[in-house]
Design a protein around this ligand. Structure first.
Ligand SMILES: Nc1nc2c(ncn2[C@@H]2O[C@H](COP(=O)(O)OP(=O)(O)O)[C@@H](O)[C@H]2O)c(=O)[nH]1
Ligand SMILES: [Mg+2]
Length: 222
């Protein structure tokens, strides 16, 4: 017999977080606030895509953005300059947000005048996928230069996402990125994933993404 006990801390951390995430979703439902959790690796185009999304939807719904970063306020500045209600969240070295941190972020954002709240999560394909933030839907961006094999290497991220945006399609001619293979790789991880090719630089495909998001928000707030 071992002389010490082994405590599965990770399991209990996840269980506590899942409980808090479910509570947060209930609170959001009662307040008719839709929360989107947007994830990707650093530089895939989260902020650029959010700027385009706000451009498309800002006259139809009240948008609030939470920019989560380890440090800096670069992304919050970008969004605020576009006239979008924005708050910067500093994680102080943490590579993801959990439900408690997200709830505190929403308090800081103040959602009384927000229909669609968007969390730009920390750029990372591993940790953010493990923590339910309490969001209604999860979205992720895979950009062309990262390669079509990412769903094979980071399975959980693709499993937990309701929608995958394939960004930077303007640079497709310069990379050996196989769109059909990428779709197959994503669907192998998550047969229900909606896949939308976009280009935050030119705006191509952003209308399709905005349509998807609009429908989700309307359904949630009904
Ligand atoms: N060519 C190209 N570059 C893009 C596109 N979207 C974003 N970028 C560039 O990619 C870099 C990172 O974008 P950013 O939105 O900051 O990514 P984030 O770190 O995920 O928020 C910036 O230099 C953007 O201008 C795109 O559709 N095409
Ligand atoms: Mg960003």
């Amino acid at each position: 017999m071992e002389k010490f006990r082994v405590l599965e801390i990770k399991q209990s951390v996840f269980a506590d977080n899942d409980k808090r995430a479910d509570e947060l979703r209930k609170e959001l439902k009662a307040k008719k606030v839709f929360l989107l959790n947007l994830m990707s690796s650093p530089g895939a185009g989260k902020t650029s895509t959010l700027a385009r999304t706000a451009e498309q939807l800002k006259d139809e719904m009240r948008i609030g953005v939470m920019e989560a970063d380890i440090d800096s306020d670069v992304d919050a500045r970008t969004m605020a300059e576009l006239g979008v209600k924005t708050i910067q969240l500093h994680t102080g070295g943490m590579c993801h947000l959990d439900a408690g941190m997200t709830a505190r972020g929403l308090e800081g954002l103040q959602t009384d005048d927000v229909d669609l709240a968007i969390l730009e999560n920390v750029g990372n394909l591993v940790c953010p996928a493990e923590f339910d933030t309490g969001a209604v839907k999860n979205a992720m961006i895979l950009s062309v230069p990262e390669g079509d094999d990412k769903p094979l290497k980071y399975p959980l991220m693709f499993t937990v996402c309701d929608v995958v945006l394939i960004n930077k399609i303007d640079v497709l001619p310069y990379f050996d990125f196989d769109m059909d293979l990428c779709r197959r790789n994503i669907l192998m991880r998550n047969p229900n994933a909606r896949i939308i090719p976009v280009c935050a630089r030119t705006g191509e495909g952003i209308d399709v993404w905005a349509d998807w998001l609009r429908m989700q928000v309307e359904e949630w707030r009904r």
